[in-house]
Ligand binder design. Structure first.
Ligand SMILES: [Cu+2]
Length: 326
């Protein structure tokens, strides 16, 4: 029995710790079911053809074959229809369904957006891949990533962050160590009472506590919404193409030098999860592992506070020294 349970385990999905990751699993199942239908169709056709054109029934081969073009025409027609659906429908929905700035913390939207927008979309981490590790650049408590300047890149400042810019002053950079992201549960305001909260407004745990402290307990009603705030990883690479893959989060995206690609997910469980590089990137590719650490909102804010106040160059020095030893 253990043998069978091991087989079932080997074929089942890895642990899921992201709110929308189930949709990815659903897609994987749907593709496999489609493949099963195709397989059964073609295997039936194959055996029917073997039976129908067997040599005892057809002692002499038919060298002329099929003369009309019905089959090729219908295949070409199907290809044209499929391509039209892909280009017109899929592109349309990708643009309006996936790329909605409300759904993820769009870096440029934060930098150009209103104060309200900035407040809601703070959870961005810029991840820079390099041979062979993962580096993180956090916006700090102001939630805004400082600008980067090529001329400033040095051993002390590997991302060339403009430290004397108002957004860059509290930025945190951590080289080749755990990438930390927050799990932030939403609380929906059901009854704002006499407070200045809005009906249906989503509060984080800390915002809820702050509101309770401000207005007094029982002055409004808020319930656990069951949804989680989106975390954005703004992904790029320093040298060659890498790929950021975290199975429990159901996330996999190429990191391409010169491009910033935002990916977003909603972590539902704290813990440490393995990052692997899913793109052959050089002789150290196999050991290009990292860790993404999902922490609670309180731990996230505490961590940012302690890192922002610390001298960031000493953090880097200790991290890179530890890296050299390893
Ligand atoms: Cu790599």
């Amino acid at each position: 029995m253990e043998f069978f349970s091991n087989i079932i385990e080997a074929f089942s999905f890895p642990e899921l710790v992201s709110q929308d990751g189930g949709k990815v699993d659903g897609l994987v199942i749907a593709v496999h079911l489609l493949m099963l239908v195709l397989f059964l169709g073609w295997i039936t056709y194959y055996f029917a053809a073997l039976w129908k054109f067997r040599s005892t029934r057809n002692p002499k081969a038919d060298y002329k074959g099929v003369k009309n073009k019905n089959v090729t025409n219908s295949v070409e027609g199907a290809v044209i229809v499929a391509e039209l659906i892909l280009v017109v429908v899929a592109t349309y929905y990708w643009n309006f369904y996936v790329n909605t700035a409300d759904d993820y913390a769009n870096v440029s939207a934060i930098n150009e957006g209103s104060e309200e927008k900035r407040k809601k979309d703070l959870h961005v981490v810029r991840v820079t891949a390099e041979q062979f590790g993962w580096n993180a650049h956090y916006p700090g408590l102001d939630g805004r990533l400082g600008p980067q300047e090529k001329a400033l890149v040095s051993a002390d400042n590997p991302f060339g962050i403009v430290r004397d810019h108002v957004d860059g002053v509290d930025d945190i950079d951590v080289l080749k160590s755990d990438i930390i992201v927050p799990m932030i549960n939403n609380h929906r305001v059901e009854n704002p009472g006499e407070t200045d909260l809005k009906l249906g407004e989503l509060l984080t745990s800390m915002e809820l506590k702050a509101a309770e402290a401000k207005f007094g307990p029982g002055s409004f009603e808020a319930v656990e919404d069951g949804t989680v705030r989106s975390v954005t990883i703004d992904l790029t690479s320093k040298d060659v193409i890498h790929s950021f893959k975290v199975l429990p989060l159901r996330v996999c995206q190429d990191a391409i030098p010169g491009l910033n690609i935002p990916i977003h997910f909603k972590p539902t469980k704290t813990g440490r999860y393995l990052i692997t590089c899913a793109q052959l990137c050089g002789d150290g590719h196999a050991r290009m592992r990292g860790v993404i650490k999902v922490v609670t909102e309180e731990e996230w804010v505490e961590w940012q506070k302690s890192e922002s106040s610390e001298d960031s160059s000493s953090v880097q020095a200790s991290v890179s020294a530890a890296d050299e030893k390893a």
